[in-house]
Ligand binder design. Structure first.
Ligand SMILES: Cc1ncc(C[n+]2csc(CCOP(=O)(O)OP(=O)(O)O)c2C)c(N)n1
Ligand SMILES: [Mg+2]
Length: 600
């Protein structure tokens, strides 16, 4: 039987090794769905409830597997729904192919139904962005789309007119230059290595430094051994950007954990004090956390030359796969005898860990949000996959989930969009049926794509979703108060019974509102063999304070309290309470000084 345009697309995806497509049907892609139906033994279709989730799933699938993520949506509205998830993939450097339908080719541009010109809409998004011009165009377009997505770690887009999906190859006439078989499905390695003189310059700077910080991000996730060897040689702490949380386990003696508002105080101290910074596969966006310009010699290793010097002045940029570059660099690095910089960081980490334990074991009601990840963390499998969303929940997950073994972690990084946590978890569970998958999300972010719980049920994905139920867009509340000095506005959200919602979807729901029950409920949730929601009712007035409070932040907080913040009483109580308890727990060595004087 003659192949249709749809067959050519699906079969070429299969030849590229694509085994999963996330999407939602529509009349603009019915021809593609017919090909998906006839090839369902070779490629699996995961049906979602919102196309944004399909794009997040493609991004998450790419993040957790290292493979191409693929999503599909109908013409107009369906394609438009993909956008946020696709920008997430692009911003976090993930190879994703988006396939959208388009109206009939000979009526395009005449305001026919769903006739949005998605190739124009996707212009800023996708470096490869092409409308199919006939069945004989399909294979060329698919190949170039996938080469671009994989080669540039970015998003590609193919828009497929509806009628061309059904045309058979004979309906089109292959033109003379379009030589049959001229394009191929070869995936090449990106393990390039910089030239020797640049490696030597980098090594000289690192060898000359006495306080060297190793700062690793998602580009170093596959280079754990090399990152640890470097830290070992230079006697310096490893700081992890959020998406690099899995680069080294959190109990590794070299790491001081994360950086930034949701990072640790010891990481910030090390950044403030270092004289040499080695950035590995990160372009962490928060400029204020880098060493002051002129403070440190900086070496940056990255696959993408456009990242070098993007955030902080760089003395030597090494282009290439981080693992390959580090393997070439390590033999040139001297072992430093002076371990005092590392030891100072380790001593501070001991205090920080005590502080986190103190915060995660509070017995108050309403329950402190930190209790949830603090109890979950040690109960996770060594190969668990953890996702979180955007909000205060990111802070609690980043600080209290301790990476071990081959655990993986991700969230929306650079785009920092709400809504990714649940679809990422679904994608992880689709990719790795045997592994434990846990999502830690806010009540706001979860609500955005809560329909995807039905997807988890449909495909029997045993994901565990923990919702920090604080009836608030919590992070924005704290930004308004601490960063802006304003009383909160527009951040309350009313309560939903998420455990009942879980049941309504056919999943299992638990409500957790008392820290006394946390261990029991969380154990039962993790042990359950189907999808679960744990609706964790937590205190919205627990401050997600940065690791170190700046004077400005303390002043803005005071201003907001004075200017009539509704919850000022509870907030002050929490801050004083925290200070007193922490002072006791850390025998006076508490690293935090919030509102100097107020807690005395
Ligand atoms: C799509 C999107 N809209 C708005 C924001 C701005 N924003 C960042 S965090 C946040 C609040 C998140 O609330 P919730 O999910 O309940 O988490 P919480 O902070 O309460 O833990 C908002 C509105 C965003 N990051 N993404
Ligand atoms: Mg919330």
């Amino acid at each position: 039987m003659a192949k249709t345009g749809g067959d050519l697309l699906i079969e070429r995806l299969i030849e590229w090794g694509v085994d999963t497509i996330f999407g939602l049907p529509g009349d603009g892609i019915n021809g593609l769905f017919e090909s998906l139906r006839t090839h369902q033994d070779q490629i699996r279709f995961i049906q979602v409830r919102h196309e944004e989730a399909a794009a997040f799933m493609a991004a998450g699938y790419a993040k957790f597997t290292g493979k191409l993520g693929v999503c599909m949506a109908t013409s107009g509205c369906g394609g438009l729904h993909l956008l946020n998830g696709l920008y997430d993939a692009k911003y976090d450097g993930q190879p994703v192919l988006a396939i959208t339908g388009h109206t009939y080719h000979d009526i395009s541009g005449s305001m026919y139904q769903q006739d949005a010109d998605l190739t124009k809409v996707f212009l800023d998004l996708a470096p490869y962005n092409e409308r199919i011009m006939g069945p004989d165009h399909v294979v060329n377009a698919v190949d170039q789309a996938i080469r671009t997505a994989l080669g540039q770690s970015t998003v590609s887009h193919i828009s497929f007119p509806k009628d061309f999906q059904d045309w058979t190859v004979g309906d089109d006439t292959r033109t003379m230059p379009n030589v049959k078989g001229h394009t191929d499905v070869l995936r090449v390695s990106t393990a390039i290595s910089p030239v020797l003189d640049q490696l030597k310059r980098a090594a000289d700077l690192i060898n000359a430094g006495s306080k060297v910080v190793v700062f690793a991000g998602r580009g170093a996730l596959h280079a754990r051994d090399e990152v640890i060897q470097l830290a070992e040689a230079v006697g310096g702490p490893i700081i992890k950007a959020l998406l690099g949380k899995g680069v080294v386990p959190d109990d590794n003696p070299y790491t001081t954990g994360g950086l930034g508002l949701l990072g640790t105080a010891p990481s910030q101290d090390a950044m403030e004090e270092c004289d040499t910074l080695v950035m590995i596969g990160t372009h962490f966006p928060y400029l204020e956390y880098y060493p002051k310009p002129g403070q440190a010699k900086t070496i940056q290793i990255d696959l993408d030359p456009t990242h070098i010097g993007l955030r902080t002045p760089v003395d030597v940029g090494l282009i290439g796969d981080t693992k390959t570059v580090l393997q070439a660099l390590l033999p040139l690095i001297n072992h430093k005898e002076d371990r005092s910089f590392l030891e100072k960081a380790q001593e501070r980490m001991t205090f920080w860990r005590e502080l986190m334990t103190e915060r995660g074991t509070q017995t108050n009601i309403p329950m402190k949000p930190q209790v949830v990840p603090h109890v979950i963390s040690p109960l996770l499998n060594d190969d668990a996959i953890v996702t979180c969303d955007c909000g205060n929940n990111t802070t609690w997950a980043a600080r209290h989930i301790q990476m071990r073994g081959t655990m993986q972690f991700s969230t929306s990084g650079l785009l920092a969009t709400m809504g990714s946590g649940l679809p990422y978890a679904i994608a992880a569970s689709v990719a790795y049926p045997g592994r434990q998958v846990v999502a830690l999300v806010g009540d706001g972010g979860f609500t955005m794509l809560m329909g995807e719980m039905a997807t988890a049920v449909k495909y029997k994905l045993p994901i565990k979703v923990f919702i920090f139920h604080n009836n608030s867009y919590g992070q924005i509340k704290w930004e308004q108060i601490v960063l802006e000095g304003n009383p909160e506005f527009g951040v309350d959200i009313q309560s939903i019974d998420f455990a009942a919602y879980a049941q309504a979807c056919g999943a299992t729901g638990f409500t957790l509102d008392d820290p006394k029950n946390a261990d029991d409920v969380i154990r039962r949730a993790l042990a359950h063999d189907g999808p679960v929601i744990v609706d964790a009712i937590v205190d919205q007035n627990e401050p997600p304070m940065p690791g170190k409070i700046t004077t400005d932040q303390a002043i803005e907080l005071t201003k907001a309290l004075v200017r009539g913040e509704r919850d000022s009483g509870d907030i002050i109580k929490n801050i004083i309470g925290n200070q007193v308890r922490e002072a006791v727990a850390t025998t006076g060595r508490s690293l935090l000084t919030v509102l100097p004087g107020i807690g005395k």
